[in-house]
Design a protein around this ligand. Structure first.
Ligand code: 13P
Length: 234
């Protein structure tokens, strides 16, 4: 069983989400399916699909105009929250430290954080891929995790670019993450791969050791693209 998570980023509509939930409801799969949508579209999922948010404030409540708390997204029906996505690190200045605080808020409100780590092209070219991944994992996870979390490895240079690392590179990154989680007492934590996943490469990527599922951007926006990914592995 794999975890197939979609990240709609700043796309979609409530009508479109309702239509996709209907389309997915009848898909024959044992995989866990999650759709992470913009705040305005948050709602409860259905028997087949859980709904997630894409970010959350590191603060509990108060004078933070424009921010949305973990309690609010839980109240709206979310079961998962992506934290530390590459785009939030790039455009909103998220660091491992703020990501850790956000993940703690998500856990405190009974949801599962999908904590993203991954290297930029500059870091890759400087030979820092493994160091960035390992510090991302060690520094972005709250210290007192008692409930499930999910890690997503997203090589930042490959997101939305139609590029994917080689199978060996993905295997190396996921093995490092699995070993690091094990050292942290978090063996068995699912680790997703994300960046340019589509119907034609999903099965191959999910056959790589230590890849427990995928986090899908562009190809999660339409049922015709997303369903083949969901059904690509039994
Ligand atoms: P793409 O699948 O569009 O490359 O996006 C990946 C991603 O950022 C998922 O969170």
């Amino acid at each position: 069983m794999k975890i197939i998570a979609g990240n709609w980023k700043m796309n979609g509509s409530r009508t479109g989400l309702n239509a996709m939930l209907c389309d997915l409801e009848n898909v024959d799969t044992k995989n866990t399916v999650i759709l992470c949508v913009p705040y305005t579209m948050l709602r409860a999922g259905n028997a087949r699909v859980a709904i997630g948010a894409q970010d959350v404030s590191q603060h509990t409540h108060g004078a933070y105009t424009g921010s949305v708390s973990a309690q609010m997204v839980a109240d709206a029906g979310a079961k998962y929250v992506i934290v530390g996505h590459s785009e939030c690190r790039q455009y909103n200045g998220d660091t491992n430290s703020t990501v850790r605080q956000k993940a703690a808020q998500v856990l405190a409100n009974g949801m599962i954080p999908i904590i993203c780590v991954g290297e930029t092209m500059d870091e890759k070219q400087a030979g820092k891929t493994m160091a960035v991944i390992e510090s991302g994992v060690r520094e972005s996870i709250p210290s007192d995790v008692g409930t499930p979390i999910i890690i997503a490895y997203e090589p930042r240079w490959a997101i939305g670019a139609g590029l994917t690392p080689t199978a060996d590179e993905i295997a190396g990154a996921h093995t490092l993450i699995a070993n690091t989680l094990s050292e942290m007492g978090l063996a068995g934590t699912p680790v997703l791969y994300g960046a340019s996943v589509k119907g034609s490469n999903a099965a191959e990527i999910m056959s790589i050791p230590n890849v427990d599922g995928v986090l899908v951007g562009g190809a999660s926006l339409k049922s015709d693209d997303f369903i083949p990914i969901i059904t690509s592995v039994k």
